[in-house]
Design a protein around this ligand. Structure first.
Ligand code: NDP
Ligand code: 8X3
Length: 252
């Protein structure tokens, strides 16, 4: 029987790359995100290319009722999830704390922390019933370091780092693996979202060096979920070669 992965934020970037990779490796997929049109297009593509069975589940992770209702309503066969990739997340704004936008702060905290929690609560209970599972939390180098103007985004990713450790402690006796993957700069829609749609400013983030692409991160996620049953990778930090830390990037 094919294994099942539930990927949040599968409409773009790292989540979409994971969908492609896990489908290629014969997983069936529950794909989530807010943009239903993108989810449906991706599902049709994966079904055609790999014969992947896909359950499309469009919801906003910030809305706890939407999360719970959509996941609860999935047919029982989909609740045999082997891998949960908690990937949905974003940064909005890059300003000093005194100038920060309250709306941006709420969005980041509600998405990156509370959204991850809502999904994890539902799916960890499925995994407990199944007696197995692996939760992969997508953190960030921003969860390991703090950089100028990163304040609230860094705080949300430090929270993901703490939750990753806490989940592992709480779920260890149920045979559930918990891993964080912390990427450095990856060129996706991330910077465009951070700069509220300013494509020019977003592009400049990657000037003069070769950033990660989404597929690089997906491969590291694939690595952590394919270790032997007795091995867990607690966390993995993946950076572009030109990026030595959150703030040190060698640009030509
Ligand atoms: P993208 O902007 O390309 O993708 C983000 C995904 O998150 C989209 O699929 C989006 O779907 C989803 N998402 C955002 N908000 C919500 C929401 N409220 N409800 C449901 N889904 C949501 O960015 P990345 O692929 O780069 O980001 C993926 C993860 O990786 C994030 O957690 C990010 O913080 C982390 N990360 C990214 C790095 C980078 O440099 N790119 C580096 C380190 C970590 P939709 O809009 O359709 O809802
Ligand atoms: C995304 C990477 O360095 O912009 O989490 O915070 S960074």
């Amino acid at each position: 029987m094919a294994k099942i992965a539930l990927i949040t934020g599968a409409t773009a970037g790292i989540g979409e790359a994971c969908a492609n990779l896990f489908a290629r490796e014969n997983y069936n997929l529950i794909l989530t995100g807010r943009r239903l049109d993108r989810l449906e297009k991706l599902a049709a593509h994966l079904n055609k290319k790999y014969n992947t069975e896909v359950a499309v589940c469009a919801f906003d992770v910030r809305d706890r009722e939407q999360v719970i209702t959509n996941l609860d309503n999935l047919p029982a066969k989909w609740k045999k999830v082997n891998v949960l990739i908690n990937n949905a997340g974003l940064s909005q704004g890059l300003d000093p704390i005194q100038n920060g936008s309250l709306d941006d702060w709420d969005t980041m905290i509600d998405t990156n922390v509370k959204g991850l929690l809502y999904v994890s609560k539902v799916v960890s209970n499925w995994m407990i019933t199944n007696g197995t599972g692996h939760i992969v939390n997508i953190g960030s180098i921003a969860g390991k370091e703090v950089y100028p103007n990163g304040n609230v985004y860094c705080a949300t990713k430090h929270a993901v780092d703490a939750l990753n450790k806490g989940m592992r402690i709480d779920l260890v006796s149920h045979g559930i693996k918990v891993t964080a993957v912390h990427p450095g700069a990856a060129e996706t829609e991330f910077s465009e979202v951070r700069f509220h749609g300013d494509k020019e400013r977003a592009k400049k983030v990657y000037d003069g060096f070769e950033p990660l692409v989404a597929a690089d991160v997906a491969e590291s996620i694939w690595f952590v979920v394919t270790r032997p049953a007795h091995v867990n990778i607690n966390e993995l930090t993946i950076m572009p070669t030109a990026q030595a830390s959150a703030t040190v990037i060698f640009r030509k």
